[in-house]
Design a protein around this ligand. Structure first.
Ligand SMILES: *Cc1c(COP(=O)(O)O)cnc(C)c1O
Length: 390
């Protein structure tokens, strides 16, 4: 009987505990604060707000819930339109549908891979001409890299359109020294299991508008009116974060800086080892910005390399390594076939190109050098086989 040893799986971005979480979780147990309210929730909110320099924060059950609340606070209703980055995870746009509104998708630009200012400008110009301006613009900071916020903010200001910054992947990133997630009217972070820090599942809404944040807390706890009985005048949600999970978050937040540094170091190694291949380009970092490098992403020139993205993914999978395509743009998703889309320019469709040529490599902050070597060796072998075939 032949025995084949299966190599340990390397995941794309697994959770990474700090060892400090149990202290906060034990406190929750000891004090019986095992509820979606309690001291860990209050402290976690204060800690995140202070870290990013926002006036306040509301801890919720997911990043998606935070986007849903932000859109509700901005009064998005059935029939409204909301602009959204196209190159992102579906969770950025799903809450637009929850509210019965219509997303309009905006392309990326080549440096940040995030929202293209020229596409946004074009979309707003056209929307203004038919008197159908959006109620909000959702700007996603992709893979931990801040979008070109100065340009995007100034375009939105011109039309007085509020901004929601989807910083699910960019907690710890900065743009011109200011924290990612603090450029719009609202910012959101995610603590899902695959993000930079995790509460196993959770999210945070941040803003300088403390009245709006109070309203968010109200909406997130079933919109209970201040009455001596259960009275409800508005539609609410059950979106608050548990005090146990907030404890997990506090233990994670203490090591955020280390986690970002680890992910950036992983990127540097990929850059050193794979960057020299002329047909390989790693995702750039915008000048005057600091990316979390949540995931190391790169694009390849399939023809010059003699290898396709699918072949790369297959060889990695055969070595029990989890890698992924770059997000499939939302305007290409069957769910959104009826929705409008604005490309970077007439002849340039950046998000589609990134999807066709891009790959995300394992980037977990707890990945060992040996594991990263396994990934790099596998890619190099695949590339050299491809080059031989040509
Ligand atoms: C993860 C993610 C979300 C959703 O966050 P959840 O906490 O999983 O709901 C939203 N937007 C982007 C860009 C994400 O990566």
């Amino acid at each position: 009987m032949q025995h084949t040893s299966v190599k340990k799986r390397i995941f794309l971005s697994p959770p990474h505990l700090s060892g400090r979480e149990l202290k906060y979780i034990s406190e929750a147990f000891a004090s019986n604060w095992v509820a979606p309210v309690g001291p860990n929730v209050d402290e976690f909110e204060k800690e995140v707000a202070s870290l990013v320099g926002a006036k306040g924060a509301v801890a919720v059950s997911s990043g998606t819930a935070a986007i849903h609340l932000a859109l509700s606070l901005l009064g998005v209703k059935k029939g409204d339109t909301v602009f959204c980055s196209s190159l992102t995870f579906v969770a950025s746009a799903n809450p637009i549908l929850y509210l019965g509104a219509d997303p309009v998708f905006i392309d990326s630009e080549p440096v940040t891979w995030s929202m293209s200012p020229s596409a946004l400008k074009e979309a707003l110009k056209e929307a203004a001409s038919i008197c159908k301006l959006p109620k909000a613009v959702i700007i996603v900071n992709l893979y931990g890299q801040s979008a070109k916020m100065d340009e995007l903010v100034s375009i939105c200001k011109e039309y007085q359109i509020p901004i929601i910054e989807d910083s699910a992947e960019s907690l710890g990133a900065t743009y011109k020294g200011k924290a990612s997630g603090t450029f719009g009217d609202f910012g959101i972070y995610s603590f899902n299991g695959n993000k930079i820090i995790t509460t196993s599942g959770g999210g945070m809404l941040v803003s300088d508008d403390t009245d709006a944040l109070s309203k968010a807390r109200f909406l997130a706890t079933q919109a209970k009116d201040p009455a001596p009985f259960y009275q409800h005048s508005e539609l609410g949600y059950n979106y608050r974060m548990s005090n146990i999970l907030a404890g997990l978050g506090r233990g994670q937040l203490e090591v955020l800086e280390e986690r970002v540094a680890a992910r950036r170091a992983i990127f540097e190694i990929y850059q050193q080892e794979l960057g020299p291949f002329l047909a390989v380009s790693l995702m750039p970092e915008l000048e005057n910005s600091f990316s979390t490098r949540w995931l190391t992403a790169l694009t390849i020139d399939e023809e010059a390399l003699g290898v396709s993205i699918n072949e790369l993914l297959e060889s990695l999978e055969s070595e029990n390594i989890e890698a992924r395509h770059v997000w499939k743009p939302l305007h290409m998703q069957p769910l959104f076939t009826k929705n409008k889309y604005y490309s970077h320019s007439k002849n340039e469709n950046i998000s589609e190109k990134l999807f066709k040529t891009g790959i995300c490599l394992p980037s977990g902050s707890n990945m060992t050098l040996g594991e990263q070597k396994r990934i790099i060796d596998c890619i190099k072998v695949t590339i050299s086989n491809g080059l031989k075939k040509r």
